[in-house]
Design a protein around this ligand. Structure first.
Ligand SMILES: CSCCC(=O)C(=O)COP(=O)(O)O
Ligand SMILES: [Mg+2]
Length: 228
């Protein structure tokens, strides 16, 4: 078995609860999105992502109101659109800075990330959330600012999480052969794609879900059970 040199982790369902993302972050962005676009719609980065969203939906021409309605629908569908994720991240920033919420971390995660760093492993994040949103998430976590632990972040600008090529790009960017990389996720299709690219994989099956008796990926109830 090759030595693991770096760990790449998913967020939702892996370091943190699905419920925090779906019941706190998504509703927060949904409620504030129309006013955010109204107030910040002239900023160049906001205009860029509105344009990208319209393009992704196949609109030749769209009013700002139509794009706002599209984005609200995508939030409800949990669509992993890069444009939506970028805009959500900008809205979440206000909530983190105002102290409206802190990102949930499963209880063992921060200490285990620190232990892996102390063992010399490099840590990376790969999430559908935008890189700025990931930095906010770990910067304003219930366990404090965890950003100093991470060497880098990847989002869907690198590619969709269920495609092998995305993991090949991540391995290239990290500068390691994929056999030295361990990917952590709660989603089997993401783990399948990572394994197809040559990564080692760990499937997080958080309680109350029972660990499967047999599975295609090594399955763990928490980070402490993983021995890279
Ligand atoms: C960066 S926090 C918000 C995460 C998010 O928007 C999301 O869709 C979760 O995706 P993940 O790839 O972390 O499961
Ligand atoms: Mg996940």
């Amino acid at each position: 078995m090759s030595e693991i040199r770096a760990i790449v982790t998913d967020i939702e369902g892996t370091t943190s609860s699905i419920s925090f993302v779906r019941d706190v972050l998504f509703p927060y962005a949904r409620k504030r999105l129309p006013a955010f676009i109204e107030t910040h719609g002239d900023r160049s980065e906001v205009q860029h992502w509105l344009h990208e969203a319209a393009k992704e939906a196949g609109y030749v021409e769209a009013t700002r109101q139509e794009v706002v309605e599209l984005l609200l629908r995508w939030i409800d569908e949990d669509r992993k659109s890069t444009a939506l994720k970028a805009l959500q991240g900008m809205i979440w920033q206000e909530g983190y800075e105002a102290g409206d919420y802190q990102a949930h971390m499963y209880p063992e995660v921060a200490a285990r990330l620190r232990a892996w760093r102390a063992d010399g492993l490099r840590l990376y994040v790969y999430s559908s959330g935008s890189v700025p949103a990931q930095k906010l998430f770990f910067g304003y976590s219930e366990a404090g600012d965890l950003t100093p632990l991470f060497a880098g972040y990847f989002d869907t600008e690198t590619g969709p999480k269920r495609e092998r090529a995305s993991y090949e790009r991540i391995a290239d960017a990290i500068g390691e052969q994929p056999e030295h990389l361990l990917f952590l996720s709660d989603i089997v299709e993401e783990l399948d794609a990572a394994r197809a690219a040559g990564f080692r994989t760990a499937w997080l099956v958080r309680p109350p879900h029972p660990l499967p008796a047999q599975s295609q990926h090594p399955a763990f109830a928490d980070f402490d059970a993983i021995a890279p």
